[in-house]
Design a protein around this ligand. Structure first.
Ligand code: NAD
Length: 269
């Protein structure tokens, strides 16, 4: 017998922890998981953005809490997960969403660039997986969703070495964590988004003084849309929908997988 559709996506009584909650996909996912009934604990280094997300969730009647978290620091990530448990009693969903772009030719890439990108995009996700997995194993279940990137499906593209390494690492980490979590009822999946308009893409149209260049923005959005067979560029909501699916009972037979909301840009098996 099928569960009611609303029940499949219902997160009432559940607790979700999301990194990168101050902006883009993390903010959108926080709002959506809250609408689905979860209490939401958001971590980010951007205090102002974090507070805006928390306030918007609370204003809509949801339960939310912001915890300043630098995902490069394991102690911060442990503290984020522990705050969720202290405040709401458990952790059912961990979304490792925080990440940064970085582009440079390999020969021009400095040691600090490598450390920073791998520190945030790969070590940060590892710390999130580790902290959540420990709690979820104790609890006897949970769901972890990691954000990788569509870059993992591309042929080598000049300037994306460090970013690509970090996101390929997230995909592999996801599979290992899925194997370790499965005997304990913990599912672990990843999302490899295509191009999505967020703080991540703004650098393509912001001038050095921080103002928007509307022509550059229009050209970027046009090129991004034309790249996808579906003829559209991604919105943070597209990724939040995928996170809700992976965080809910709707995906209860799914683990160790990479979901690709990307408008059809790449279509691996
Ligand atoms: N936007 C895209 O086109 C795209 C495509 C594929 C993958 N991604 C991935 O999606 C994820 C979310 O990015 P987004 O597009 O929403 O961008 P975004 O810039 O809007 O959000 C990223 C968030 O991560 C936070 N962050 C950065 N460093 C941090 C740190 N050290 N500790 C904690 N938080 C930190 C930022 O403050 C920001 O709030 C990232 O992992 C990114 O690599 C983005």
């Amino acid at each position: 017998m099928h569960q009611e559709i609303a029940d499949l996506f219902d997160l009432s009584g559940k607790v979700a922890c999301l990194t990168g909650g101050a902006s883009g996909m993390g903010r959108s996912a926080g709002r959506l998981l809250s609408q689905a009934g979860a209490a939401v604990v958001l971590g980010d280094i951007d205090d102002k953005g974090l507070q805006e997300t928390v306030t918007s969730i609370q204003d809509a009647g949801g339960r939310a809490l912001g915890v300043r978290t630098d995902v490069q620091r394991e102690a911060d990530v442990i503290q984020l997960v522990e705050r969720a448990v202290e405040e709401y009693g458990r952790i059912d969903v961990m979304g490792n969403i925080a990440g940064i772009p970085q582009q440079s030719m390999i020969v021009d890439t400095r040691e600090e660039d490598v450390d920073r990108v791998l520190g945030i995009n790969l070590k940060g996700v590892f710390f999130g997986v580790k902290a959540a997995l420990a709690r979820m194993i104790e609890q006897g279940g949970g769901n972890i969703v990691n954000i990788s990137s569509g870059v993992i499906d591309s042929a080598g593209v000049a300037t994306w070495a460090c970013y690509g390494m970090s996101k390929a690492g997230v995909a592999m980490l996801t599979k290992t964590a899925a194997a370790e979590g499965a005997p304990h009822g913990v599912r672990v999946n990843a999302i490899a988004p295509g191009l999505v308009v967020t703080g991540f893409t703004e650098r393509h149209w912001l001038e050095p003084d921080g103002s928007e260049n509307p022509d550059k923005k229009a050209a970027f959005l046009k090129a991004g849309s034309e790249m996808a067979p579906l003829g559209t560029i991604g919105k943070p909501e597209h990724i939040a929908h995928a996170i809700l699916y992976l965080a809910s009972d709707a995906s209860e037979f799914v683990t160790g997988q990479i979901l690709r909301p990307n408008g059809g840009v790449s279509m691996p098996w």
